[in-house]
Design a protein around this ligand. Structure first.
Ligand code: UFG
Length: 339
């Protein structure tokens, strides 16, 4: 399939472009580099062993998006593009609603107009909110999120479900990611956040490489094994394979839209990550314990049964793989991608 990958220059997008190419699909990237750099492209091409087309386009620009589809000949869309910083979304909610929802709507309009009916969406475990029981199951119906970023995922899942229901032949997979970490085993592409990382793994790897002095552990009084927060960390290469599995499954799906958790089904604590990263890198990760971070849950992990049974997909890589690959990327590219 010829697949438009929006946000394909980003962390998960770039790994998915490689997985698509390796599976014999033809990925085409659309990205405006709002949270990525053009220098990822030659590295994707080097690893894929073939040229990959990238269109620099802002998907909130409906005319530009329509032109992309008019010339594209796409069979499917994988939609990663969107703002994703939780804290920034609290400070600038209208920016998040505008960007994430407008861009999705202009892609959907263009798909309807140009007859593209396969869609894979980058959703998040954040849609389970605070009341869903852990492990999270896709049949939990009361989706909500505790911040505007997460609400855009809830709203877009709703929009996609409604659009798929009324457009003949549409198939939409809603992929709810848990905590994507790790990097391609080559060490050539990986996560390259702007500014101070919000997320644990990039922060830890920047401490290990000497870009930051010490980690703050956000609370050690949670009702978990060691008191620190537990998350379902998933290797980005496994996650990328989950997108290919979902894409290949779309035509066989019994309903127009369906949600799938992409996680391992296991929780790992902050301190377990710290120790695993120290072992993988051979560097100490000094840390202080600070207060809880507002909005954090004690524990989040997937029931990964549906993806296994229906997509034939399971996560294969371990916490050790995640830390070793994150470290290879970080140590080979201490400042991330070249500007
Ligand atoms: N943590 C620290 N110190 C840090 C950063 C994180 O102790 O400097 C802890 C957090 O308290 C949490 C764990 O590490 O217990 C993981 O935190 P992340 O920020 O890496 O991940 P979250 O689970 O909070 O957030 C992620 C995504 C969001 C998504 C959310 C729910 O970043 O986009 O999962 O799916 F909304």
């Amino acid at each position: 399939m010829r697949v438009l990958v929006t946000g394909g220059a980003g962390f998960i997008g770039s790994h998915t472009v490689l997985a698509l190419a390796a599976a014999g699909h033809d990925p085409v990237i659309a990205d405006n580099f709002s949270n990525s750099k053009p220098s990822v492209l030659p590295r994707i091409e080097e690893l894929a062993g073939r040229p990959v087309t990238l269109h620099e386009v802002d998907l909130t620009d409906t005319a530009a998006t329509d032109a992309l589809f008019a010339a594209g000949g796409f069979d499917a869309v994988i939609h990663f593009a969107g703002f994703k910083a939780v804290g920034e979304s609290v400070a600038k909610p209208a920016l998040y609603y505008r960007n994430n929802i407008d861009s999705t709507l202009s892609v959907l309009d263009a798909m309807v107009k140009h007859g593209v009916s396969r869609f894979v969406f980058s959703s998040s475990a954040t849609v389970y909110g605070e009341k869903a029981p852990v492990p999270y199951r896709e049949d939990w119906e009361f989706l909500e999120a505790t911040n505007p970023y997460g609400q855009t995922k809830v709203m877009i899942e709703r929009i996609l479900t409604d659009v798929a229901a009324v457009n003949e032949g549409w198939k939409v997979a809603l992929l709810r990611y848990f905590n994507p970490v790790g990097a391609h085993a080559s060490g050539r592409i990986g996560e390259d956040p702007n500014g101070i990382p919000n997320n644990l793994m990039p922060f830890v790897s920047q401490v290990a490489v000497g870009r930051r002095d010490r980690l703050t552990v956000f609370g050690d009084d949670y009702p978990t094994s060691d008191g620190t927060g537990e998350r379902d960390y998933i290797h980005v290469v496994d996650l990328a394979a989950g997108h290919v599995a979902a894409l290949d499954h779309l035509d066989a799906m019994a309903t127009p839209a369906r949600a799938f958790n992409l996680g391992t089904g296991t929780g790992t604590s902050v301190l377990q990550i710290v120790r695993a990263f120290e072992a993988a890198s051979g560097r100490p990760i000094p840390y202080d314990v600070g207060p809880r971070r507002a909005g954090d849950l004690p524990t989040s992990y997937a029931d990964a049964t549906r993806a296994r049974e229906e997509l034939g997909w399971t996560a294969k890589l371990s916490i050790e793989d995640m830390c070793a690959d994150s470290w290879r990327w970080q140590s080979n590219n201490p400042e991330g991608f070249p500007s």
